[in-house]
Design a protein around this ligand. Structure first.
Ligand SMILES: Cc1cc2nc3c(=O)[nH]c(=O)nc-3n(C[C@H](O)[C@H](O)[C@H](O)COP(=O)(O)OP(=O)(O)OC[C@H]3O[C@@H](n4cnc5c(N)ncnc54)[C@H](O)[C@@H]3O)c2cc1C
Length: 407
């Protein structure tokens, strides 16, 4: 049996922070611990590399429990133990200063996710934490005085930092929950979050269109979400930041069989009456211009063509002025039934996961299994889009690593 002090399952965002924290804390106490990170992939931080479109939106200036779905008191208590500002100080210390994009989203100054991964790897190496790649943990057994991993490694403490089900290969699922269940840790069923929505009565012809809109969602007739931003139209539905944010609300509602409808206000800067008068004036001034072209100064052509069909006007024919009211109404409220969400591979995070009530928020240690810690996406907490999920990974990872080093 190989003996180690701290085993970290997963060399992703929270796992690398956990290993670095454990090593730093031990070194501050004049100790040197044997810390091993087990990583199933060929390289550490694979998901991290694709964050923020390769630029890594690693935090947000405005972060508190209200930016997450999950137990807000638990989340705030985690941040009281290791705060988002502490995480930024950690990144400065490893040579990754951040910059604001103007909306509060924080990126590495280099705008390179690869630089973040490289800095974390370098810090783990400097601290003496070893990363074992292509070494999946398939089993964790509790013993007196610690845990046995894969029947081969005896660790005094274990940090499960194995992520969730999102962003993996098609058909692949995260093994974390199968490792935790035999230890008695209860996890909620996972569902895709921060992802696009698939829509009913939706034409594939809209694929490729982008438009700034207000996205509103009603569930069983009640308004549950609204946000303005760029909507991307795909082959089977919509995505873009406001839609991804809405998935945090919609995904759990759909699982409870709520009937959800998405509405788009395609021209938020104008009221319906204003649009009616503008559209009527255009129709009168240019009677011979094809309908799909006439409103090109307002909306993309593909979207105009679709709206024309919806109000019973041939896109290639002249626009009849008496249809201006119907067009204005559609522009202000284009509505579709929500059929579902995109699947896990196309989602940024998975909801569900190990229920937080089983853990101490200051340390992320399991209340009933001393020496076992769970971090990041493996926990039942999901943040909004905008750097909040990585913040959660950094803060839970550091708090757990720091505590595990003392266990
Ligand atoms: C495309 C995409 C873009 C994103 N962009 C952003 C963004 O810009 N900002 C933001 O805040 N969040 C973003 N996220 C979310 C963010 O990446 C995650 O919330 C975060 O990485 C979770 O950290 P984690 O440590 O819990 O898990 P991960 O970073 O996923 O790390 C888990 C690690 O564990 C390994 N592992 C799993 N099981 C085992 C096992 N049994 N044995 C050994 N190793 C195992 C995995 O291979 C992985 O390396 C994005 C996600 C995706 C998919």
């Amino acid at each position: 049996m190989k003996r180690i002090d701290v085993a970290v399952v997963g060399a992703g965002a929270s796992g690398m922070l956990a290993a670095a924290a454990a090593a730093r804390e031990a070194s501050a106490a004049g100790k040197r611990l044997k810390i091993l990170l087990f990583e199933k992939e060929k390289t550490p931080g694979k998901k991290l590399m694709s964050t923020g479109n390769g630029r890594c939106n690693l935090a947000n200036r405005n972060t508190d429990g209200g930016c997450y779905s999950g137990d807000k008191a638990f989340i705030d208590a985690v941040f009281a133990s290791f705060s988002p500002d502490d995480a930024l100080a950690f990144f400065r210390s490893v040579g990754v200063p951040v910059t604001d994009d103007g909306s509060g989203r924080l990126y590495p100054v280099s705008r390179r996710a690869g630089a973040v991964v490289a800095a974390l790897r370098t810090e783990c190496a400097r601290c003496g934490a070893t990363i074992l790649c292509e070494t999946p943990v398939e089993r964790i057994d509790k013993t007196d005085g610690g845990f046995i991993l894969n029947g081969e490694y005896h660790a005094r403490s274990v940090i499960v930092a194995a992520g969730g089900d999102a962003g993996l290969r098609r058909g692949e699922r995260c093994g974390a929950f199968g490792l935790l269940a035999p230890l008695g840790i209860v996890s909620g069923e996972r569902y895709p979050c921060l992802c696009g929505l698939t829509l009913g009565d939706y034409p594939a012809a809209l694929k490729g269109v982008r438009n700034i809109s207000i996205v509103s969602i009603r569930a069983d007739g009640n308004p549950v979400f609204t946000e303005k931003g760029e909507v991307q139209f795909n082959a089977d539905g919509v995505s873009g930041i406001p839609v991804m944010q809405s998935s945090l609300t919609v995904s759990p509602l759909l699982r409870r069989n709520a009937v959800c409808r998405l509405s788009l206000d395609l021209l938020p800067e104008y009221g319906e009456k204003e649009l009616l008068s503008r559209f009527s004036a255009l129709a009168e001034r240019y009677p011979g211009v094809p309908a799909e072209q006439l409103f090109g100064g307002y909306l993309p052509k593909q979207l105009c063509a679709f709206l024309m069909k919806k109000i019973g006007v041939s896109p290639a024919a002249a626009f009849p002025a008496h249809k201006a009211a119907a067009l204005a109404a559609q522009v202000k409220e284009l509505s579709f039934p929500v059929a579902g969400t995109a699947d896990f591979p196309d989602a940024q995070v998975s909801g569900g996961g190990a229920l937080t009530r089983q853990f101490r928020p200051e340390t992320l240690e399991a209340k009933n299994i001393p020496g076992l810690y769970v971090t990041g996406e493996t926990l039942d907490v999901v943040g909004l889009c905008g750097g909040y999920n990585l913040t959660w990974a950094w803060c839970t990872g550091y708090a757990a690593g720091r505590a595990a080093s003392k266990y």
